[in-house]
Each structure stands twice: as structure tokens, then as C-alpha cells.
Design a protein around this ligand. Structure first.
Ligand code: ADP
Length: 482
């Protein structure tokens, strides 16, 4: 398939070029252009919403199997082209090729899963308190859904929002992150060619301030599902709720991996390396706090530091690298600033990261491991979103749980232990939406509910059957025979 010179927005079956174009470069090699993308504005959002509103009733009224066939056809193409499109994803975002390909395979799985959901439009029958009366509950689409997504999972996050939105019968206005729109563009292209009627899926690529805000404010958008920073999410929720729209937010994390004295040390170190440094630490599920109890602390820190010193960082397409570059200049500056903040607060960088020369002009940053930190330090409280982890020492499980819960966030928490009793307590007492036992904090699956507690999430959960809560509304009917 040949790449268009400028990738257009997709509005109501039309390919629309704007006045302005954004050039996306490869963070592994800034001399390489990944693609050029037409930028949409607020007027394009208005047209996209109008097209979506026009298309929504017929799409929502189609039998589930009809919608399912289109989603399944898209899943097939995404799977078939996972190598090609995964390479593009790695070029635009900087994550390794294995992760880029894995993300497209994940997107295919999500469309397969929600195609199956479209086959199963399950409702509920209730007995009435009155003789001869029955009560039926159906799940109807909410109408038009605004989808706003970040750059760190440029196809998986759009897929886990768009797939259920379409499966449950909604039309979509989608704004991907401007820094990484290439995977999103192809996702929409595949879906539209798979047979979506005009206006059911509209793509508007543009800035958050203009295009994102226009989606949030538009009275024709019935619900907005957003993944991004807590600060933007909070303001967006106020805007959407202010006009009585539905909101679903997935926000930041400051996730803890707790390593107890009885842990298998190899498992604990592997969980820390994968969880904290995989995807260059640019995951809302990254384990950026490593809480180790007294008896294991020194051995854990030593083994982890040794692994980090040999970790290979470089061009995302080099099959030998563990992680690729930081995705953007702004993110690199933020990561470097936190290294200085940590040192100024009095923590010790046992492994001190810094910019490295990987042979090409890119945002390369080696890993950092802080030790001797205290829970109240900024490096232990704030989301960094880079290859940086902070070790905190705990007395015992009680103390570890107290430290783990001392956070404004509550997305996911992991524990490394051989004790069933400790794992059971952790699952119940960690104030988070998801826990992991002897597994990294990252690595959630498509058919299970995803989301967190406290400032990590707002509104109904994403993924699995739970996604139905946000993307549909209950219609209750009372029926008296005769
Ligand atoms: P990050 O850049 O860390 O992923 P952001 O919250 O900045 O997190 O961005 C997430 C998504 O929200 C992006 O698509 C971005 O363009 C969009 N966005 C940014 N500002 C706004 C806003 N004021 N209103 C709506 N969306 C926004």
C-alpha cells in the first residue's frame, strides 16, 4: 500500500486536508520523517460531530452480527499487517519492534473480542412486583463518542476505546495524540475500508487545546473517553460533565512493586526490569516505586542495579535493544529534570542515567535507579513517565502497604512473594484498581477490566465486558400482557 504524501483527516466519508500540516519524525532518528499529517481545527470537529450524529442511528440499529462482521474483518487485516504497521509504530513512538508489532496484534485481538460482544447483545429480565408485569433491560448505544488518546500506546489505547464504542453501536469522533498519529491513521483506514458506513468513524488530528477541547465542549458528543494526564483529564471531565455528557478517564499512575523478604529474587528483579523500564518507562502502568522489605532490600537493589548496567538502549528497530528512545524532546527534558530533583532531595542515584549516543540523533536516555529515598520525596510521589525507578525500604508487609497506599494515584500494584497469605492481603488492601502477584505491574489483558482508584481513573472501567457500562445506556421497559 503506498503512503499518501499528506495523510488526511477522515470526516463523514471524506478525506480532508487542512490548511496546516504536521511532520512527524522518528525519535530513534530525528533525521527520518515518519509521515506528514493534515491538522484539523475546531470547524473540522463540528463537521465530524455532524457526520457522526447523522450516521449514529442507523449504525446503532443494525443487527449486532452486521457490526461484528466489519470489526472482525478489520481485526483480520490488522493481524495480517502487524509486522508492517508495528514497524511504523516503532518508528513514530520509539518503542521496540517487538512491542510495536505486539501492539498491533493486541489491537487485532481487541477488535475480535468486541466483534464477539456485538454478537451477544445480552439484556436482563426482571420479575415485577405486580402480577402480569415483566421488566426488560436493554443496553442501547449512547450515540456519539469522543475518543481522545495519548502517544504512548498509539494503537492499543485507540483500539480499546474504538472497538467497544463501535461494537455497542456508537459513532465515533477520534482525536489521536499529535505526536504519534501514524498508527491511529492506519487503524482508521483499515476500519473504514472494512466497511464502516460514512460518518461512523471520524478522524480529526490536531492539538489538544483546539481539537480536543472542541470535542469536549460540543453538545453533540454524548460521551468522551480520554486517556492522558490527570491535569488535562480533570479539566476535561468538568467541561463534559458541565453539559451532562458521560466521561471516562484513564490518567496517571505511580505504581508500586512490593518485594517481600520471601520473594524469589529472580522473579522480583525481572518484574522490576520489565515493569519499570519496559517501553522506556512510558506507561501509565510502569512500576516507578520499588518497595523492598528490610531482609531483601540490599540483595534486590544489587541484583537490579547489575541488570540495569547491562541493559541495552538504542534504536527501536535494533532487535538487541531492551528499550528505545524517549518519545519526545519534552518528555526527555522532564525525565532529566526529575533526575536532578531526586538528587537535590537527597536520594542516591545508584545507577545514574543520562543522555547517550546511540549512533543516530535521537532522545536516548539510559536507566536510573534511585535508592535511599523517602516516601514523601517528589520522585516517590509524582509520575515521571521515563526509565527511572525509586527504591523505598519498608520494615515489613504492613509498612510496605502503608507506603504503597501513600499516593494520590491507585492504578496498579504488584507484589513479589511466595506467601499465599501475604498475596491475599495485598490483593485486598492495596488501594488500586488492579493487582499483580509475581508479575510486573504492566501486562493487562484485553478481556479483563482495566482501570484504577483515586486520581488514576474516573468513570466506568475500560475493556472486557465492563466496557459496556460506559458505551451503552440502560433502557428499562415495563410490560403488562394484555
Ligand atoms: P500526554 O501528553 O502525557 O499523553 P496529555 O493529557 O497532554 O497527556 O494528552 C492526552 C491527549 O489529550 C492528547 O490527545 C492531547 O492532545 C489531548 N489534550 C491535551 N489538552 C487537551 C485539552 N485541553 N482538551 C482536550 N484534550 C486535550
Amino acid at each position: 500500500m503506498s503512503e499518501p504524501t499528506v495523510h488526511p483527516n477522515r470526516i463523514g466519508g471524506e478525506e480532508r486536508l487542512g490548511d496546516d500540516v504536521r511532520t512527524v519524525r522518528n525519535p530513534s532518528d530525528l533525521e527520518e520523517v515518519v509521515g506528514r499529517f493534515a491538522r484539523a481545527g475546531a470547524a473540522d470537529v463540528a463537521d465530524a460531530v455532524e457526520a457522526a450524529r447523522a450516521a449514529a442511528p442507523a449504525w446503532g440499529a443494525r443487527p449486532g452480527p452486521d457490526r461484528a462482521r466489519i470489526l472482525a474483518a478489520a481485526a483480520g487485516e490488522l493481524r495480517e499487517r502487524a509486522d508492517e504497521l508495528g514497524t511504523l509504530l516503532s518508528r513514530e513512538e520509539g518503542k521496540t519492534l517487538a512491542e510495536g508489532i505486539g501492539e498491533f496484534r493486541r489491537a487485532a485481538e481487541l477488535f475480535d473480542y468486541y466483534a464477539q460482544e456485538a454478537y451477544r447483545p445480552v439484556g436482563t429480565l426482571l420479575d415485577s412486583a405486580r402480577p402480569g408485569v415483566g421488566i426488560e433491560v436493554r443496553h442501547a448505544p449512547i450515540g456519539v463518542v469522543g475518543v481522545i488518546t495519548p502517544w504512548n500506546f498509539p494503537v492499543a489505547i485507540p483500539a480499546w476505546k474504538i472497538a467497544p464504542a463501535l461494537a455497542y453501536g456508537n459513532a465515533v469522533v477520534f482525536k489521536p495524540a499529535e505526536q504519534a498519529p501514524a498508527s491511529a491513521w492506519h487503524l482508521c483506514d483499515v476500519l473504514i475500508r472494512a466497511g464502516l458506513p460514512d460518518g461512523v468513524l471520524n478522524l480529526v488530528i490536531g492539538s489538544g487545546r483546539e481539537v480536543g477541547a472542541a470535542i469536549a465542549e460540543h453538545p453533540g458528543v454524548d460521551g468522551v473517553t480520554f486517556t492522558g494526564s490527570t491535569e488535562i483529564g480533570r479539566a476535561l471531565a468538568a467541561t463534559v460533565a458541565g453539559r451532562l455528557g458521560k466521561v471516562q478517564l484513564e490518567l496517571g499512575g505511580k505504581n508500586a512493586l512490593v518485594v517481600l523478604d520471601d520473594a524469589d529474587l529472580d522473579v522480583a528483579v525481572e518484574c522490576a526490569v520489565q515493569g519499570a523500564y519496559g517501553s522506556t518507562g512510558q506507561r501509565c502502568t510502569a512500576s516507578s516505586r520499588l518497595i523492598a522489605t528490610r531482609g531483601v532490600h540490599d540483595a534486590f537493589v544489587e541484583a537490579l542495579a547489575e541488570r540495569l548496567r547491562s541493559l541495552r538502549v538504542g534504536h527501536a528497530l535494533d532487535p538487541e535493544v531492551f528499550y528505545g528512545p524517549v518519545a519526545s524532546e519534552a518528555q526527555l527534558r522532564q525525565d532529566l529534570a526529575y533526575l536532578e530533583i531526586g538528587e537535590a532531595e537527597g536520594a542516591t542515584a545508584l545507577v545514574r542515567g543520562g543522555e547517550i549516543d546511540a549512533g543516530r540523533p535521537g532522545h536516548y536516555l539510559s536507566p536510573t535507579l534511585f535508592v535511599g529515598a523517602r516516601p514523601e520525596m517528589r520522585i516517590a510521589q509524582e509520575e515521571i513517565f521515563g526509565p527511572v525507578a525509586t527504591v523505598l525500604e519498608a520494615q515489613d508487609l504492613d509498612d510496605a502497604l502503608r507506603i504503597a497506599n501513600d499516593s494520590p494515584y491507585g492504578l496498579v500494584a504488584a507484589v513479589a512473594t511466595r506467601s499465599l497469605a501475604a498475596a491475599e492481603r495485598f490483593k485486598r488492601e492495596a488501594e488500586v484498581g488492579m493487582t499483580m502477584v509475581n508479575l510486573p505491574t504492566a501486562g493487562q489483558e484485553a478481556h479483563a477490566p482495566f482501570g484504577g482508584a483515586k486520581a488514576s481513573s474516573y468513570g466506568p472501567r475500560e475493556q472486557g465486558r465492563y466496557a459496556r457500562e460506559f458505551f451503552t445506556t440502560a433502557r428499562t421497559a415495563y410490560v403488562r400482557a394484555g
